[in-house]
Design a binder for this molecule. Structure first.
Ligand SMILES: Nc1ncnc2c1ncn2[C@@H]1O[C@H](COP(=O)(O)OP(=O)(O)OP(=O)(O)O)[C@@H](O)[C@H]1O
Ligand SMILES: [Mg+2]
Length: 279
């Protein structure tokens, strides 16, 4: 619904969105997550500007885009930590902003979220960090919890680290611990906000492999936010490129890597020449 006129916020869609295609592709399968014409403004900062984005069921989707474009803001809309000013965010057919608190609380059990630094509780040993959501959200016995926690710790290669405190772990271990904790409730949707930031290339590659393996085992809608094109090449099945609060292009990864769109090409190739500048 973009118009050529500057809108009330003073944006000039035509200058800024020259490279946006913004198409949402409709497939036979319903999408796990949909953003429908979402606008979000903080003060004078118009971050999401009519975002239409669909994230498919049972695939690893990546959201790529320059810093400050609103990627983390998207994640917060999905889990109901932020609400759109206009438009709707739909998860498994339900409008997140319209859910009453009790239903939002239930809905949140669907999500495993991996925050940027792993967000472990500093005063809890690793085992208790990973057990935390199970103790919080389920009636499981300590024996059942131990089974699950041990299995998840082994799965991410932290089988022997349960007694360690978070500050004794490396950055890569903290990410893997955060991943294990995100998985204990067997979420239908797993959201990763820059799982690869601060990791060296080898650990990034290992984490990407881990994400793929765990996804192959468990299925579900995985959404990975990253700046790292190598990570995208390794794990993405579906890619959405976000810029200035809208989708530039989205679709199967192989199509995006073959895109003719100058912005997408510049961004995915990491070239300095192109529409994207240092603004
Ligand atoms: N709660 C908030 N209050 C005010 N402004 C906010 C808030 N959250 C985000 N913003 C602003 O929204 C914009 C987008 O932020 P966001 O964190 O989503 O960017 P990003 O795409 O995740 O960037 P990066 O790749 O650097 O993590 C930024 O200008 C940020 O300052
Ligand atoms: Mg971010």
């Amino acid at each position: 619904m973009a118009s050529a006129e500057p809108d009330q916020r003073g944006d000039h869609p035509d200058d800024e969105f020259e490279f946006h295609r913004g198409q949402v592709r409709h497939t036979d399968e319903p999408d796990a997550i949909e953003f429908v014409d979402v606008h979000k403004t903080f003060g004078r900062n118009h971050v999401l500007r009519g975002l239409n984005m669909a994230l498919p069921e049972n695939k690893i989707s990546m959201i790529l885009g320059p810093s400050g474009t609103g990627k983390s803001v998207c994640i917060k809309h999905i889990v109901g930590l932020l609400y759109p000013d206009e438009g709707d965010v739909i998860v498994h057919g339900k409008s997140v902003p319209s859910l009453p608190d009790a239903e939002l609380f239930e809905m949140r059990k669907k999500f495993g979220v991996l925050f940027q630094d792993g967000a472990l509780f500093g005063s809890l040993k690793l085992y208790d960090n990973i057990a935390f959501p199970l103790r919080q959200h389920t009636e499981k016995s300590e024996e059942e919890i131990e089974d699950i926690v041990q299995r998840r710790m082994r799965e991410v290669g932290l089988g022997d680290a349960g007694e360690k405190m978070p500050n004794e772990l490396s950055g890569g271990m903290r990410k893997r611990a955060g991943f294990a904790r995100a998985l204990v409730l067997e979420p239908d949707i797993v959201l990763f906000d820059e799982p690869d930031s601060g990791l060296d290339p080898v650990r990034t590659a290992l984490l990407c492999e881990l994400i793929k393996e765990v996804h192959a085992e468990n299925g579900g809608c995985y959404v990975v936010i990253t700046h790292d094109i190598m990570s995208a090449r390794r794990v993405a099945e579906h890619i959405s490129v976000l810029w200035k609060g809208k989708i530039v292009e989205s679709g199967p990864a192989e199509e995006l890597f073959a895109s003719e769109n100058p912005f997408v090409r510049q961004f995915l190739a990491g070239e300095s020449a192109g529409p994207l500048g240092m603004e």
